[in-house]
Design a binder for this molecule. Structure first.
Ligand code: ARG
Length: 473
């Protein structure tokens, strides 16, 4: 039986119609779905989708305002729908909005709630849309907020690395190539290097945000609708930069956007992972370049002497797992035909979890860096004498000796152990230990951060909601 049309055409009592509709699945056509099928296809969505609740409500508000604007619903219906959506928003904030056992996902749950609060009017909310464009818009609103939240943390890490770089710019370190002592480096150069890594990561993140911030709402199941909807209006209300125009592309973009975001997240993860590896290495008793207070290292249940860098080992491992994310997404979407396919549902959890993982790693890294101890006079160890040999070559070059001759002369001294370090000559070019250019790097970082809005998360949803529907409730 068709809930909408057939029930309206028979002379049934209105309350009875409400009751029948209330106990039916939204899309039910008189067939009782096998519970095991519902359970398997919903999968983890009843939990995962809760991250989308507030965005599903906000997206629905924009949709309702648009429906009234194009006269598909009345002003009175619009007001009723907005008020009901607002009360769902409040329930969600209180934690009392759940996805019930017999309901497949958040979109169906919200529609069910709307029907039970408003009856006939509630059943109009799905006019001119599909769960396919609904989930697309929810994910984009969610990831937009997550990218912005993450960028706040990345900024804190960037600032911390740059301030450590400035604070310790005079402290020399041996720089390695092939894991052999190579040339003179410094804590200023090392910390500052990872800060500049983040400046590039942020460019990828900003690019992903730009791709993400286009509106798929109105593309319905992936082929548009015959109803006279106004897609530009919902775009403005939801603060998208523009429409995602082609309806087929809108559904194709699921997976593509996740791929762009995953690549940016993986880039940040790579920075965290390599930095963590350096820390683990520099903390070994062989290196001892850095240390942390006892409260920040871990011990062993059997070896009394152990002071282990477990935090950084776990950041390294969790970041390395994040590096597999673009691959997982690529494989999940490989050979999918155009149009909606249920496979896409699994993308949500992959990408949602990744934001949480990165956030936790950056937060703990910040805590550790607030307590890092730097060893001085490292390069005075005779072990590192030869890292000054290239400097010596350059000193001779400055006296007019051809580079290759100077190189050979110093190589001979190193070979017969007669090389002894002289004083450190000046490094003046950009990006060297004597000229770190931290200000220039900070300016690049800030410029790239401009397209990432650093609004705190709580304010963000409220702000979008206020923009969508200033007069609600
Ligand atoms: N839970 C679904 C997902 O995330 C929502 C879209 C359902 N659409 C459909 N045609 N079954 O993909």
């Amino acid at each position: 039986m068709n809930a909408g049309a057939d029930l309206q055409s028979v002379p049934l009592d209105k309350n009875l119609i409400e009751l029948i509709i209330g106990i039916m699945k939204l899309w039910e056509k008189g067939i009782n779905p096998e519970p095991a099928i519902i359970e398997f296809t919903a999968g983890k969505d009843r939990k995962t989708d809760l991250a989308l609740t507030k965005w599903d409500i906000i997206g629905s508000m924009a949709h309702v305002i648009m429906l009234e604007d194009v006269a598909l619903i009345s002003e009175e219906e619009k007001n009723g729908l907005l008020k009901a959506l607002h009360s769902l928003f409040v329930w969600d904030e209180e934690g009392s909005l759940i996805i019930e056992k017999d309901v497949e996902d958040i979109h169906s749950q919200i529609e069910k709630e709307m029907s039970s609060i408003l009856g006939t009017t509630g059943r109009k909310i799905h006019t001119g849309r599909s769960r396919n464009d609904q989930v697309l818009v929810d994910i984009r609103l969610y990831t937009r907020e997550e990218i912005d939240k993450l960028s706040v943390l990345i900024r804190r890490l960037f600032t911390k690395l740059q301030s450590l770089s400035e604070q310790h710019k005079e402290v020399l370190l041996p720089g390695y190539t092939h894991m052999q002592p190579a040339m003179v480096s410094s804590f200023g150069l090392w910390f500052g290097g990872y800060a500049e890594c983040l400046a590039d990561d942020v460019l990828l993140l900003a690019g992903a945000r730009t791709l993400n911030n286009q509106n798929p709402l109105g593309t319905a199941a992936g082929y548009g609708t015959t109803l006279p909807i106004n897609r530009k209006l919902t775009s403005d209300l939801l603060e998208f930069d523009d429409l995602l125009y082609n309806s087929v592309y809108a559904s194709l973009s699921r997976g593509k956007i996740e791929m762009a975001i995953a690549s940016a997240l993986a880039s940040v993860a790579q920075t965290l992972s390599r930095f963590s590896m350096d820390i683990c290495l520099y903390m070994t008793s062989e290196f001892r370049f850095i240390d942390f207070p006892d409260e920040y290292v871990t011990g062993s249940s059997i070896m009394p002497q152990k002071r282990n860098p477990d935090v950084f080992e776990l950041i390294r491992a969790r970041s390395n797992v994040l590096l597999t994310l673009p691959n997982q997404i690529a494989i999940l979407t490989t050979n999918l035909p155009s149009g909606y396919n249920r496979d896409l549902q699994l993308l949500k959890q992959l990408i949602f979890d990744a934001f949480g993982e990165l956030r936790e790693c950056i937060e703990i890294m910040l805590l550790m860096l607030n307590n890092i101890k730097i060893k001085k006079n490292i390069t005075e160890n005779p072990l590192y004498n030869t890292i000054f040999s290239t400097e010596e070559v350059n000193r001779l070059v400055k006296q007019g000796i051809p580079f290759r001759d100077a190189y050979k002369a110093v190589a001979e001294m190193v070979k017969n152990s007669s090389f002894s370090r002289t004083s450190l000559s000046d490094y003046v070019h950009e990006g060297s230990i004597g000229n770190l250019c931290n200000d220039e790097i900070a300016a690049i970082f800030e410029k790239r951060m401009q397209s990432l809005k650093n609004t705190p998360a709580v304010e963000r949803a409220d702000k979008v909601m206020h923009h969508v529907s200033p007069q609600t409730p």
